[in-house]
Design a protein around this ligand. Structure first.
Ligand code: 5GP
Ligand code: MN
Length: 335
């Protein structure tokens, strides 16, 4: 790890033009890790751009640097040009090129730049020259912090990069509660607060910005659409495109909803099916001896972590849910 950390520093020092990328459907950790590295490299005087597959959700718009992200969805030409002319590309919070989505994948793979990966997902694919991959780490942001520590540059962390790191750790750990949180995670958080990061403002900015529509959509999902298979300890809900529209759906409105299902007494696996652009996006969460990544991978074209995975289905909402109900039993530990 230490050697990889120094190799990445060397590549940064040699690079004239650096692009930072992350996965599709950005979350706190992809935005946080991207902007932490962005602020740091800018501080070092580097020419650096952030290129993401799609725009940040509204609930993350408050963070400094978000406005600089060039997304492939709405600014394809600019994004492709940045990728094509970079000499170093950071791949943050994803383990294989397909995670940037079909459109951006080609530009990423074909880019002549040297690529480096910092990530915590299982099974990193072999497409980067230098890889920092620690699957036990709470978040990519924690690994970004560790990278900065290993190269002896912690004093370059300021409120901008520190806030971005805090954001990713906070969101990927369910506010510091998942088993992935370690003593080191808390040491990082302590250090960030010491460096001036206002932790309470970050929590407020992410969690206290619900619109009435969002709260009502979540209430609807939980009161009208929740199904609990109590003998299997499984709970799920599905939302159709029409239902989202009824509540003036905005990107990010269903974020975290699956965790509320996991919070139900006795539930060990929670699943949320959301219809978007004719496809079904699926979020899986679990705890204890239930693991969801194999289920996501085997039947829903996805993957992820043992306790938090995602997938996608081309079948309609009802068919997808039925398929899930049929196959879920195979992924539940026998009692
Ligand atoms: P979410 O439910 O928040 O969209 O995703 C949870 C986790 O599942 C992500 O952090 C990511 O690791 C994984 N994940 C989500 N969607 C996909 C997907 O389509 N493919 C793969 N391989 N992993 C996914
Ligand atoms: Mn992450």
């Amino acid at each position: 790890m230490d050697q990889a950390a120094h190799q990445i520093l060397e590549l940064v020092e040699q690079a004239q033009s650096i692009v930072i990328t992350s996965h599709k459907s950005p979350d706190g950790d992809s935005i946080g890790s991207s902007l932490a590295v962005f602020h740091l490299l800018k501080k070092w005087g580097k020419n650096v751009q952030v290129v993401h597959p799609d725009p940040a959700p509204v609930f993350l718009h408050w963070i400094n640097g978000q406005e600089a992200i060039i997304d492939f969805e709405t600014r394809q030409e600019e994004a492709a040009k940045a990728l094509g002319t970079a000499d170093l590309i950071f791949c943050l919070d994803y383990n294989e090129p397909s995670r940037v989505g079909e459109k951006m994948e080609k530009a990423l793979v074909e880019a002549p730049a040297v690529k480096v990966m910092i990530d915590h997902h299982l099974h990193p694919a072999d497409f980067c020259k230098v890889v920092i991959s620690e699957t036990a780490a709470s978040s990519t942001c924690e690994l970004v912090y560790k990278w900065i520590k290993d190269i002896g540059r912690l004093d370059d962390i300021d409120v901008n990069s520190g806030t971005a790191i805090y954001l990713g750790i906070m969101t990927d750990t369910g506010s510091f509660r998942f088993p992935s949180v370690s003593a080191f995670t808390h040491e990082v958080i302590g250090d960030l607060i010491r460096r001036g990061v206002k932790h309470f403002l970050i929590h407020e900015s992410v969690y206290d910005t619900n619109t009435v529509d969002r709260i009502k959509l979540r209430g609807f999902a939980l009161s009208e659409k929740l199904v609990c298979l109590n003998d299997l300890h499984v709970g799920y809900a599905s939302l159709s495109e029409e239902e989202l529209k009824r509540f003036n759906y905005q990107k990010g409105d269903t974020e975290g909803l699956v965790n509320q299902i996991l919070g139900i007494q006795g539930i060990k696996m929670a699943v949320l099916f959301v219809e978007k652009d004719g496809k079904i996006k699926i979020s899986f969460r679990s705890k204890g001896d239930y693991f969801v990544n194999e289920l996501a991978k085997t039947h829903f074209n996805g993957g992820g972590h043992a306790y938090a995975s995602g997938g996608i289905s081309d079948e309609n909402l009802q068919q997808t849910v039925e398929k899930f109900v049929t196959f879920v039993k195979d992924f539940i530990p026998r009692v």
